[in-house]
Design a protein around this ligand. Structure first.
Ligand code: FE
Ligand code: FE
Ligand code: ZN
Length: 285
């Protein structure tokens, strides 16, 4: 009655893609998220064909069918500085080119911060950068992440994401990644999940939703802080996060934990808790 539960967490690819896939398997995950390069935006390491071949064979063997790449979070296509905007465009284009090594996957980015220029100006610049980087031949789906609204972050509302997506030429190449901590911090009350999804559907269309970042939040609703907490230990709470994982409109999406842990065992525990809940609810993990 239910599909495969696609669950994983953010992992380092410092030791390569094959090592990351092995780490994923070791914690009971069947997907993972990784930074395409240093999160602060340094130069990307060349992809090693041998590592990629090994990754493909582990992935096939272990049922890892989806992975999510994450752009460096310092990327800001809405910067007031020309050089920073050019750099963002270059990184986007280079990352999307490299993503073709793992075709048909997801690439997530924070839209950017308008740094006082105003959301409208920022939205236009973000769309421009995405339009410059996307190519019709690419197989990757670029996702815009819902943001907490810290500082001048764009993407603090579904409407802001819609306004970016509306300006994108290759509409079928873009989607949305919903971060539970971020939407909560932005003011969407996950205790009323159906209402939140109804708003998402009305503004963006539910079919745009392609991935979930599953995080609890250290702060109350609408705090605009963006401080992640372990599942069930924050202000969103276990009940509301479980409801996300079980929701008929969400349950087949890939889920990625970005919760604070010192070691992989913390993720293993969260994954097993979530799997057990799915098993109890659906009779299949
Ligand atoms: Fe993110
Ligand atoms: Fe996130
Ligand atoms: Zn965050």
């Amino acid at each position: 009655m239910t599909g495969v539960f696609t669950i994983g967490c953010h992992l380092s690819i410092a030791k390569g893609f094959a090592a990351a896939a092995r780490d994923a398997v070791s914690i009971g995950a069947n997907t993972f998220q990784f930074f395409t390069r240093n999160p602060r935006g340094g130069k990307a390491k060349a992809i090693d064909p041998a590592d990629m071949a090994e990754f493909r064979s582990i992935a096939a063997e272990q049922g890892i069918t989806r992975v999510l790449a994450h752009a460096p979070y310092t990327l800001n296509p809405a910067s007031a500085t020309e050089r920073t905007r050019v750099f963002a465009r270059e990184v986007l284009a280079d990352d999307l080119l490299r993503m073709e090594q793992i075709p048909g996957q997801l690439y997530n980015m924070h839209p950017g911060s308008h740094v006082g220029q105003g959301p409208e100006a920022g939205i236009a610049m973000i769309a421009e950068a995405i339009n410059s980087a996307l190519d019709p031949a690419q197989t990757t789906t670029l996702l815009l992440e819902t943001m907490a609204g810290k500082g001048t972050e764009i993407g603090r509302s579904f409407e802001e994401l819609r306004d970016i997506i509306e300006r994108i030429e290759l509409q079928d190449h873009v989607g949305v990644c919903l971060d539970t901590c971020h939407v909560w911090d932005a003011g969407y009350d996950l205790a009323h999940l159906d209402d939140v999804l109804e708003q998402f559907d009305r503004v963006l269309g539910i079919e745009r939703l392609r991935a979930i970042h599953l995080n609890d939040s250290k702060n109350p609703l609408a705090s605009h802080k963006d401080r992640h907490e372990q599942i069930g230990k924050g202000r969103i709470g276990l009940g509301s996060l479980m409801a996300v994982v079980m929701h008929p409109q969400l349950k087949d999406l890939p889920f990625f934990l970005e919760t604070p842990h010192d070691s992989l065992s913390g993720y293993a525990e969260e994954i097993s808790l979530l799997k057990q809940a799915r098993l109890d609810a659906f009779g299949a993990a």
